[in-house]
Design a protein around this ligand. Structure first.
Ligand code: ADE
Ligand code: ZN
Length: 337
């Protein structure tokens, strides 16, 4: 029998919940600060890392938005994306659907074009270098208002043929999905997929709203849905994919320790759960680290790990023939292990 760690790194998988700004490692942050002649509050990489101590989502978001200030040019966004894809490829990621937060950049004067074209160039480089495919999901910042989200959707129009969907992130409590019902409906009319963070810190009601008012195709996090058995049954019945992020949940105190993580309970009740890294530079691990932490904390079997990887392709926005191809490769890997 092959060891879990080796099995996990080689297991072909898709990453469905990754904020590209959350993959900004302190080393790259310092290098970009120097390249762009920006002074940061931190003198060393160690000082940056020492600041990554969070007791809730907002603690993290404050530091994450501040860190993104070093991203100024198309080259910066390209380098950020390619660094993530290089690292993800080492972890067996063959397809990634990545979030970006345009408002974090446009609100400080960086044009949408700089962000989008830089990321798209990074995606093209990853495809050429690793054969790794990628898609973009534009997230609206939920602490900002509906008008700002509509302005962002408008700014994205020239790129809509290269953007797969829209998402909803940032401070959850106090900013329910209903606030964005109209902008999500407009995005749907434009043919975009819809995903939303819900039930990370927010109550099960926010998950109901994401389903009923945003008509989501995928649920990001969704942990607190488990508090509501009727909601859980609906998510299972509808085959809704949950993009679960174990190390993020640990670092943001959504769970007290990995032994309390609900990942195996989600699988047991028939939810299509996946494992993802969220903001790996801030939470201490990329996707394989997340699989390993969950495997150790919850004593997951090779069959559980295989199911999680399988779910990542089934829950992706890839066309059906690509999903089938990835599942066949996954089966061949497991059979040979
Ligand atoms: N933005 C980046 N990571 C996030 C998370 N885990 N929840 C909400 N917004 C985010
Ligand atoms: Zn997230």
């Amino acid at each position: 029998m092959i060891d879990h760690p080796d099995f996990i790194a080689g297991l072909p998988k898709a990453e469905l919940h990754l904020h590209i700004e959350g993959s900004l490692e302190p080393e790259l942050m310092m290098a970009l600060a120097q390249r762009n002649r920006i002074t940061t509050p931190f003198a060393t990489v160690e000082e940056v890392r020492a600041a990554y101590n969070f007791s809730r989502l907002q603690d993290f978001l404050d530091i994450y938005y501040a860190g993104a200030d070093v991203l100024r040019t198309e080259q910066d966004f390209h380098d950020l994306a390619l660094a993530y894809f290089d690292r993800a490829a080492e972890d067996g990621v063959v397809h990634a659907e990545i979030f970006f937060d345009p408002q974090t950049h446009t609100d400080r004067g960086i044009p949408f074009q700089v962000v989008a074209d830089g990321l798209l160039a990074g995606m093209a480089a990853a495809q050429a270098r690793h054969g790794l495919t990628a898609q973009l999901i534009l997230c609206f910042l939920r602490h900002l208002d509906e008008d700002a989200a509509f302005t962002t959707l408008k700014a994205a129009e020239p790129w809509l043929d290269r953007i797969t969907g829209v998402g909803l992130d940032s401070s959850e409590i106090g900013h329910p999905p209903e606030k964005f019902a109209r902008v999500f409906a407009a995005a749907g009319d434009m043919g975009l997929k819809r995903v939303a963070h819900a039930g990370e810190e927010g109550p099960p009601d926010y998950v109901w709203q994401a389903l009923d008012l945003l008509d989501i195709d995928r649920l990001d996090h969704g942990n607190r849905a488990l508090e509501d058995p009727i909601l859980t049954a609906r998510l299972a019945r509808e085959g809704m994919t949950l993009t679960v992020c174990p190390l993020s949940n640990l670092k943001l105190c959504v769970v007290p320790d990995m032994a309390a993580h609900p990942i195996d309970r989600m699988l047991k009740v028939g939810l299509r759960a996946t494992i993802n890294s969220d903001d790996p530079a801030y939470f201490g691990g990329y996707i394989a680290d997340n699989y390993r932490a969950a495997a150790t904390g919850r004593d997951l079997s090779l069959a559980d790990l295989t199911l999680l990887a399988r779910n990542s392709f089934l829950g992706s926005f890839l066309p059906l023939d690509a999903v089938s191809m990835h599942l066949a490769r996954l089966d061949a890997y497991v059979d040979a292990a």
